[in-house]
Design a protein around this ligand. Structure first.
Ligand SMILES: Cc1ncc(COP(=O)(O)O)c(C=O)c1O
Length: 423
């Protein structure tokens, strides 16, 4: 199987861990330091302040838009804010339904009820963490005001067929690319098919703007103006329109110059980082081919994932359940998680319909909502996919050597589980 499984005693049973000292991501370096100091030095020299909406943000947004083949980007202060801004800028009406993915981060759905809209959950395609067009269409109806689709783990969803569906039904499509910076499908970058696309640039993502951040992207200049307004309390570009400055009620989601400067340095590193993530996953997949208990999933035709994490399908090794197997692999020094349980329909606030006030209910129970406030979203495919997979974070600092060592840890645990079952 191409891996050397040294020693029989598992680390979880008191043996020496097989994998020590896996490199950290090394995300921040001299370039980001210089970028931040540059902003500070310029502010000091000018006797001014660190601002928002300045030259760093302008350059970052132009450079970001260029990575998506041109258009307009607005830097905001989180991925959650990006989705809020997108929905607000699209003018999605309260008490309409917004289709959301069955597997996504809370931030990828929470703005929907906060804007008085009703989240309606589309199941994933069978065996996948992502929705397909069929699952999205199954929950659409006359009340649908928008569709949000995420590319979970950096694996592209079938966005072209979903975009065609949204267009046919006359509703805007929001592409949530929080986990998919640099991913491509059919040759096009993730984020280039939606009416509006959202990114998170918090510290854990492929490229970051420091600790927190996000980006909203569109190709349409009028929509861009609405995005700027929704991100800046309804007064984009310091606007002083004669009809009244504050033409749109919204919140302040501006990103500051320090963050944008970090984002520019990070963006320059993104293509190489994504390539390294892909090379690591290729190397790992080749080695895991000899480990029967874990299987690297097939991705869609034409998909070039950017691998925020790697889901691995678990086939019981011996009689071990996934939790036991993962605990043993983690003890060997590989940071696996037994599950990615990001299922919005199971979140407490969603189940209890409790967003505003202690009693909750709104917006589901509002008289203006003409749908079923108690509609259930069983999402069997999503639950099965979460149950079947374990999750390995991917770091751009990992290469062939780490793939070799990580695969060896999986092989060691797999072998021990099988021997235990045979004993
Ligand atoms: C798919 C998805 N959407 C939205 C978000 C929210 O982004 P943020 O944490 O920057 O608010 C995340 C964060 O991980 C995410 O993974």
């Amino acid at each position: 199987m191409g891996v050397d499984v040294a020693g029989d005693l598992l680390a979880i049973d008191g043996g020496a861990p097989l994998v020590t000292g896996l490199p950290e991501r090394g995300l921040i370096g001299a370039e980001e330091r210089a970028a931040v100091l540059g902003v500070l030095d310029r502010a000091i020299a000018a006797g001014g302040a660190i601002e928002y909406g300045g030259p760093e943000e302008e350059a970052y947004c132009a450079e970001f838009a260029a990575t998506l083949g041109g258009g307009y980007a607005d830097a905001v202060n989180s991925g959650t804010a990006a989705l809020y801004v997108a929905l607000r800028a699209l003018g999605v009406e309260p008490f309409t339904e917004v289709v959301v993915p069955a597997i996504t981060d809370p931030g990828g759905i929470m703005p929907v009820p906060l804007l008085g809209c009703i989240p309606v959950v589309a199941d994933t395609a069978p065996g996948s963490f992502n929705c397909g067009a069929e699952q999205v269409e199954a929950v659409m109806g006359p009340l649908t005001g928008a569709v949000v689709v995420a590319h979970i783990a950096g694996e592209p969803a079938p966005i072209e067929s979903i975009a065609r569906l949204a267009e046919r039904r006359g509703v805007p499509l929001i592409e949530d690319c929080a986990q998919a910076h640099g991913a491509r499908i059919g040759g096009a970058p993730a984020g280039s098919s939606g009416t509006v696309s959202c990114f998170s640039t918090m510290w854990g993502k492929h490229h970051s703007t420091g600790g927190q951040g996000g980006v909203v992207f569109t190709r349409d200049p009028d929509r861009y103006r609405a995005i700027r307004g929704a991100a800046d309390r309804g007064k984009p570009f310091g606007d002083t329109q004669p009809a009244g400055r504050n033409y749109l009620a919204s919140l302040n989601f501006n990103q500051d110059e320090l963050s944008a400067a970090i984002g520019r340095a990070q963006l320059a590193k993104l293509p190489a980082a994504v390539e390294r993530r892909r090379a690591f996953v290729r190397a790992l997949a080749a080695r895991l081919a000899g480990v029967p208990s874990v299987q690297v999933p097939e991705t869609l035709d034409g998909a070039e994932p950017s691998w925020w994490f790697l889901r691995l399908r678990y086939r019981a090794a011996g009689g071990w359940d996934k939790e036991r197997f993962c605990a043993a692999v983690a003890a060997e020094g590989v940071p696996v998680n037994p599950t990615y349980a990001a299922l919005p329909a199971t979140y407490t606030w969603f189940r209890e319909r409790r967003v505003f006030g202690a009693r909750g209910g709104f917006p589901w129970t509002a008289a203006e909502y003409r749908g079923d406030p108690d509609r259930a979203f069983p999402c069997p495919n999503a639950h099965a996919a979460v149950a079947e997979h374990l999750v390995l974070p991917v770091r751009e600092s990992w290469g062939e050597a780490e793939a070799e060592r990580i695969a060896a840890a999986f092989a060691r645990v797999d072998g021990a589980a099988r021997r235990a079952a045979g004993a």
